[in-house]
Unconditional design. Sequence first.
Length: 144
Amino acid sequence: MHRFAIALALLLMTASAAAADPEANKKVVLDFYEKGLNQKDFEAAAVHFGPRYIQHNPGAPDGIDGFKAFIALRKEKFPNARSEIKRVFADGDFVILHVHGVREPGERGVAIVDIFRLEKGKIVEHWDVVQPIPEKPANTNGMF
């Protein structure tokens, strides 16, 4: 019986990974990002959340309510903030964005890598890495 349970669990995990639609997941994350980060419209972005939202950025509050508070803060303090997505990658239920974020027009901004995990086409988890764009880089390759 134990071997059967292990085999069934492996089969279900494989079926779940195979069922993930990377292209559909990309569309979900891109719409979420545009509505939430650029339009600062929590309600429009929130349709893409699953039953929970695990936030791994230590400077951001956890959960769906935490994201709502983040969007309210962004709308109030940085109404001109824009995030331009430069690249999108998807692998199963993970979507990765390479983003140029600017709080105020004319600023150099930051380079961001956002990682989202989805379940059944809904966003349930987020990680990010943020790097300021230097005034004088050590090379001419650019960050994007």
